[in-house]
Design a protein around this ligand. Structure first.
Ligand code: E4P
Length: 215
C-alpha cells in the first residue's frame, strides 16, 4: 500500500519525506487555507520535495471552470493530480480531463455507488472519506471493503485512496482491506511510528551496554 501525506504544510512534508517512506501528497482547500499561502506556490514547492503524485483540488463547481483550473494546476508539474469533487459537474470534468491525459482524484466519496461512477468517468483515484463517515455513525471501513471488492470483481483500474484517516488503526484496517493508498495526516504518521516497548527496549539495551562497559 502506498503512503501519501494529507497536508499542505511544508515542514511536515519534509520531515516525513526524510523517513524515506512517502509516496505522495494530498491537499485540499481547507489544508491550503490553513497555511495562508497561494495554492500554486504550495503545490510547486511540494513537487521539489516529493517525487510522486500530488493532489491539488479545484475550487470551481462548474465543469468548464474546473477544467480551466485543472489545466493550470496540471501545468505546474507532471506529478500533479487534479482533485475533483464527486458531483455531476465533477464527473463531466473528470471524463474530459481523463481524455486529455490529465490524472484525477475524485474526492468526497461516501458510497460505493459514487466510487463506481467516478471510476466509470476515468478517475485515476477515488477518495473515500473514512473518518467523516465514522463521525456520523457509519462504519467508514465498510465502504473501503465494499469498493475494494467491487473494483476487484470488475477489474477496475481506478486506485482506491483511503482518506480522512484519524488514527493508525484506520491505516492498518485500510491495508487489510486492500486499499491501494492511504493518505495519512502528519500526527498519525507519528502515532504509527511509536510503541512504548520500542523505547523501553532501547533504554534497556543502552543501560546494559553502559553497565558492561563500566565493568
Ligand atoms: C483527502 O484527500 C482529504 O484531504 C482528507 O483526507 C480529508 O480529511 P478530514 O476529514 O480529516 O478533513
Amino acid at each position: 500500500m502506498l503512503f501519501f501525506i494529507d497536508t499542505a504544510n511544508i515542514s511536515e512534508i519534509k520531515e516525513i519525506a526524510e523517513w524515506g517512506i512517502l509516496d505522495g501528497v494530498t491537499t485540499n482547500p481547507s489544508l491550503i487555507a490553513k497555511e495562508g499561502r497561494d495554492l500554486k506556490e504550495v503545490i510547486k514547492e511540494i513537487t521539489t520535495i516529493v517525487d510522486g503524485p500530488i493532489s491539488a483540488e479545484v475550487i470551481s463547481l462548474a465543469s468548464k471552470e474546473m477544467i480551466e483550473e485543472a489545466k493550470e494546476l496540471a501545468e505546474i508539474h507532471k506529478n500533479v493530480i487534479i482533485k475533483i469533487p464527486m458531483t455531476e459537474e465533477g464527473l463531466k470534468a473528470c471524463k474530459i480531463l481523463t481524455q486529455m491525459g490529465i490524472k484525477t482524484n475524485v474526492t468526497l466519496v461516501f458510497s460505493a455507488a459514487q466510487a463506481l461512477l467516478a471510476a466509470k468517468a476515468g478517475a485515476t483515484y477515488v477518495s473515500p472519506f473514512l473518518g467523516r463517515l465514522d463521525d456520523i455513525g457509519h462504519e467508514g471501513m465498510g465502504l473501503i471493503r465494499e469498493i475494494v471488492t467491487i473494483f476487484a470483481l470488475h477489474n477496475i483500474s481506478t486506485k482506491i485512496l483511503s482518506a480522512s484517516i484519524r488514527h493508525s488503526m484506520h491505516v492498518i484496517e485500510a491495508a487489510k482491506a486492500g486499499s491501494d493508498v492511504a493518505t495519512v495526516p502528519y500526527a498519525v504518521f507519528k502515532q504509527m511510528l511509536k510503541h512504548p516497548l520500542t523505547n523501553n527496549g532501547i533504554d534497556k539495551f543502552l543501560k546494559d551496554w553502559e553497565m558492561a562497559n563500566k565493568e
